[in-house]
Every structure is written in C-alpha cells, then in structure tokens.
Design a protein around this ligand. Structure first.
Ligand code: ADP
Length: 592
C-alpha cells in the first residue's frame, strides 16, 4: 500500500519521499483506523489525507474552516492533476449543483466543504447518498472550546458521521493541541480507538529570535531594508497598530498591504490576493489574517507585539518557511505589550476559570520572551516534546548575536530621576524631565528644579524612552498595572544607584536571510508570474520557490532531468515543463 502511496507522491506532487511522520499517518488511514495527527504548520498535513483519498475507493470529504484556503487547496490539487472540488457559500446554486454531480458521479476524489454546510439537513441528506470512504477534518481543534478558534459548526460533524450507514474512516488534523483540546477532539468528533500521531513540533528551517529593549520601529525598518526582496508577514496586536506600521512602510516606498477586521470584505480580499500573487512582498496584519494562507515562500514572520499565547505564536510564526527553506521568526518584545494582552483577556470572557487559564498561557508567552535558554527548546518543551536538545544553534539565544554596551551611567541618571519624581509618573514625563523639556506639566510639578532636570539633554526624547524600556525589560524598572502605567524602581536598580553594579545593554545584530538567488531564479520567477496571471492561480501553485531554486541550481535541460526536480510531478511537467525548459535552455545558451 505504501509503495502505491509513494508512486502517487512522485506522480502528482513530484516528491520522492514522505516526510517524517507522514508515512505513519497514511498507513494508519489506509488500514481503516481513525487517525488523529498533530503536526506543526508546514509539516505537510494535506498530503496525509490527499494521498489516501486517491487510494480509497469512494470520495473523501474534507472539512476545512476557511473558504480562501479551500479554493487554494483545490486549485493546487487540480493543477497537480488530482480531481477535487469544493462547495461553499461563494458559489451560486447552479455551480453548486454541478459540483455535487461531480461528487455523486465519482469523478471527484476529494470534496472540500466548510463545516457550516453541515448545518443544512438537505446537504447532509445528499451526503448520505454518496459513497464516502473518508472524512478528513482539517484544523480539528476548532471543535474544542479550549482551542483558540472555536467554531460551533464543528459540533455538527459527529452527528453527520453517526447518521451514515457505512461509517467512513475519520482522520483529524491540527497544528496545535493542548491536552484539553486533544481530549475534546477525540470525544466531540467521536473518533473510535483512534491512533494519535504527533510528528514532533520542530521546524528546523525556522530561526527563532526575541528582540528586547530595542526601538521596535527602528528595528523593523532596518530589518526590512536589509531583506527588502524577501516575502514577509508582520503581525501587530491592534488595527491601529497595523494602520500605523502600514503607513510607515508605505511612506518608505515598500510594496506592502494591510489586513484587519476593520476593513471591508473587498479590501481584505484584495490585500490577501496581492500578497498571495506576489504583487506585494509584505503584509501587515492582525491575527485575523493567515489561517487561510498556504503561501509557501514566506521568508520571515515578525511579531510587532506579543501574541496571547504560545499556541497562537507558533501557529502564526509557523507560516514562515513552509517550503522548508531557511526563514526567520522574530518577536519584538516590549513590556507594555503584556498590558494590552491582559486587557484583551479581561474583555474576552466573564468566566473566571477561562480567564485564569488565559493568564497562565500569557505568562508562558512572556516567559518565552525573557528566557535565556534555547528558544526552540522552550517551544518544544511547551508542546510537551521529550528529550529535546539543550542547544539548537538556530535561535537568538543559541547564536549569541548580541553586542554588549555599558549603560551604567545613563541607567543611574534615569533611576535617580525616577526616585526624585517619587516613583509616581509614567515613561513620558520621566523622559521629558531628563531631556529638560519646557513642557508645561514639567514646570507645574516643579520638576524643572530637580537636579536630574536636563541631565540627558544630549539625547532625543525617543532615545531616552527607549533606554527606559530597556531597563524595564531587564527588570531594573517596573510599570504598574494601571491604565496610565507608572515607572517604579525595582530591587535590581538599588545596587546600580549605589555604584556597586554595572548595567550592560545587549543589542541584537540584525541578520540578513541567507538565501542567495541566482539570476536564473529571477528569470524563472518572472516566467512563473506570467503563467500565474494567465491561469489565474497564485504563483506558488504553479511551482514553489524551492522548486524554482532547484531548477536554477541544476539547470535541467530535458524532461527526465526536469522530473528529478523536487516538486515537478507528471501533470505539472506536461503543463509547464516545455516553457520552463525553454527558458532554462535560452539562459544557458546566453551564458555560453
Ligand atoms: P500544513 O498543512 O501541515 O501546514 P502543507 O500540507 O501545506 O502543510 O505542506 C507544506 C509544504 O510542504 C507544501 O508546500 C507541500 O507541498 C510540502 N510538502 C509536503 N509533503 C512533502 C514531502 N513529502 N516532500 C516535500 N515537500 C512536501
């Protein structure tokens, strides 16, 4: 059976071997066992149900939560030569009927539907007349209230399964599952003696880093300047923050779009399309963006602010590097972020138990930002992986990419100013006093008479505020938890004020993403873009970046050589082989 599966992998997808974990999941499904697979984003879940779907006699119903993802997956399958279709609310009745006929006639091997479809009894009745071999449930954590994307319509799946005369095999997939969620999935989907496979959460090609105590805006701009040809997602915590980062980058001339729940449907789909079709390199978004994004060549994901928990972080960061190429996941940490997340928790629920759970999860996220141990180890242990190595050599804590500078004197000036202002004011006023500002509030309180007034006048106000934030992040200063946070001295500051201890500030060296694109790659990318426009599918559905990169390295000059390129299957060879071969040939000829 697995041999057959491998043949199909090569034929339709152009890959010669399964990845770690895929084989076991496929084998289990083919044996007819209910199968629950927990695999990180980008690990290759889709193939785990798509290949069995091709081998099983009847149709596979794939339940998938997002309409945009559905279209993408079906486009991608069709382009590889697999017969698949989808039904959702974007189709008119006529189109819907035709697709149902495709399913009934046995032509389509996979039928994608949204869970909301199952709320219609008519539709369920129709499903009962089809020969269903498998129901594959994508993002199955949506069934659980404990998950971060609870979708009530997932609760209609189990009644449907129960109502089918011949029970199909059930497979369920997710990237995130805590114990509560796992138990819920098994119970609420009614999995029978299910085999649970966790392939391991590690994504070796991702470089993780946490940036603390730096001015976020400055960092972001410099980073993007260094990596301006790369594709990236910037996640911000609020719509307002998205708008302001978007304006900032647009003002600097970058091709950028933005996405958040405050935009109307057409603006959002335009932003998404522009990003997917490579019209823009960068998208700035709230966490509303991404669940339906399969784009494989995202080279970096920057979190401008901390997300609410590690599950959300790993899922969002995991959108980088689905193609397996080196990519970066950077989290910019500021102490104020915590306040915002706490506020959001307070707003989100009135259930005390739930709130406490969210606070606990947030604390793990904050600990991630402060830990000095290997970041990958922290993540993997959070997801309960065992025997994790102490060093990964691919995160900002393992690779010490910091430069140290002695900031003791500035720290003493700041601490003494905070003390003289009786620890009753916020960052802005403290900075103004140190700067020697003529602001009315400063003189109203008589702070212009303090000995610390103007002792940092050589700095800009922003630089002083940044330094205060560094001292907050490093636990010398604290902020009270109130609407207008007040800066307080912490114990660590005492030794510094007495001249007994020194303060060093670590700054991150920025890292350029190490992808060297040769000139043939650029030529092939242009060809891919023109095919994508002609066929109205996203460029990565034609071929992924890593496939183009392999072509540009090995320069295949005939069909056989082309088939050896990872990601070139028979259908795609037929469809696009000639054009790419021509392009490579003329490139090689011109070079000679
Ligand atoms: P997930 O749904 O787990 O996030 P996908 O199914 O979208 O991941 O797969 C991520 C990427 O990995 C896709 O570009 C897919 O084509 C690729 N991929 C999957 N399986 C393999 C494999 N066995 N060999 C090479 N690439 C693979």
């Amino acid at each position: 059976m697995l041999d057959e599966a491998r043949k199909l992998l090569k034929k339709y997808y152009g890959y010669s071997s399964f990845r770690k974990g895929q084989e076991k999941v496929i084998e289990s499904i083919l044996k007819g066992e209910d199968t629950f697979a927990i695999m990180p984003t980008g690990a290759g879940k889709s193939i785990c149900y798509q290949i069995p779907a091709l081998l099983l006699p009847g149709i596979t119903i794939v339940i998938s939560p997002l309409i945009s993802l559905m279209k993408d997956q079906v486009d991608s399958l069709n382009s590889a030569g697999v017969k698949a279709t989808y039904i959702n609310s974007t189709l008119d009745n006529n189109e819907m009927e035709q697709r149902i006929l495709l399913a009934l006639s046995g032509y389509a091997k996979l039928l994608y539907i949204s869970p909301e479809r199952l709320e219609s009894e008519n539709f369920c009745q129709l499903l009962r007349t089809i020969n269903i071999s498998m129901i594959a449930i994508d993002e199955c954590h949506c069934v659980s209230q404990w998950g971060h994307d609870f979708r009530p319509s997932y609760r209609t799946i189990q009644p449907l399964i129960k109502s089918l005369t011949d029970r199909p095999v059930i497979s369920a997939f997710t990237a995130t599952a805590t114990k509560e969620v796992k138990d819920d999935v098994v119970k609420l989907l009614g999995l029978k003696n299910s085999k649970v496979y966790t392939t391991g959460f590690d994504r070796k090609n991702l470089f993780f880093s946490v940036v603390r105590g730096e001015n976020k805006k400055d960092y972001l701009i410099k980073y993007i300047e260094d990596n301006k040809d790369q594709v990236g997602i910037i996640y911000a915590a609020t719509r307002k923050e998205v708008d302001s980062i978007y304006e900032l980058l647009k003002g600097k001339g970058y091709a950028v779009s933005k996405y958040h729940a405050g935009l109307d449907d057409s603006e959002r789909s335009k932003a998404q399309e522009d990003f997917i079709y490579d019209n823009v390199n960068i998208i700035v978004a709230t966490n509303a963006f991404g669940m339906g994004i399969d784009k494989s060549n995202v080279r970096y994901v920057i979190h401008y602010s901390i997300p609410k928990n590690m599950e959300a972080y790993y899922q969002e960061a995991g959108r980088a590097g689905r193609d397996g190429e080196a990519s970066q996941c950077i989290l910019l940490f500021g102490a104020q972020d915590i306040m915002l997340q706490k506020f959001l928790i307070e707003q989100s629920t009135s259930l005390e138990e739930r709130r406490l759970m969210e606070y606990r999860r947030l604390q793990h996220m904050v600990d991630y930002c402060h830990t000095t141990k290997c970041l990958r180890k922290y993540i993997l242990e959070y997801f309960e992986e065992e025997n994790v190595q102490d060093y990964c050599d691919n995160c900002s804590n393992c690779k010490d990419e910091t430069e140290l500078s002695d900031i003791t004197i500035d720290a003493q000036k700041i601490f003494s100013c905070v003390a003289r202002m009786k620890q009753r004011f916020g960052t802005v006023l403290v900075s103004q006093v140190l700067k020697g500002s003529k602001d009315q509030k400063v003189s109203e309180f008589g702070f212009n008479k303090l000995s610390t007034f103007g002792i940092m006048k050589g700095y800009t106000l922003k630089e002083i505020k940044d330094l205060i934030n560094v001292l907050i992040a490093d636990d010398y200063l604290g902020l009270t938890e109130s609407q207008f946070p007040v800066v307080r001295l912490k114990e660590k500051a005492v030794g510094v004020l007495k001249g007994e201890q020194k303060v060093y500030h670590k700054t991150q060296k920025r890292k350029k993403i190490a992808v060297e694109d040769n000139s043939l790659f650029v030529v092939l990318k242009t060809l891919r873009k023109s095919i994508s426009e002609r066929e109205n599918v996203p460029p990565y559905i034609v071929f992924s970046d890593s496939t183009l990169r392999e072509m540009s390295e090995y320069c295949p000059l005939d069909e056989e050589a082309m088939l050896n390129i990872k990601g070139v299957g028979e259908t795609k060879l037929k469809k696009y082989g000639e054009e790419f071969l021509q392009s490579i040939k003329s490139y090689v000829d011109n070079k000679q």
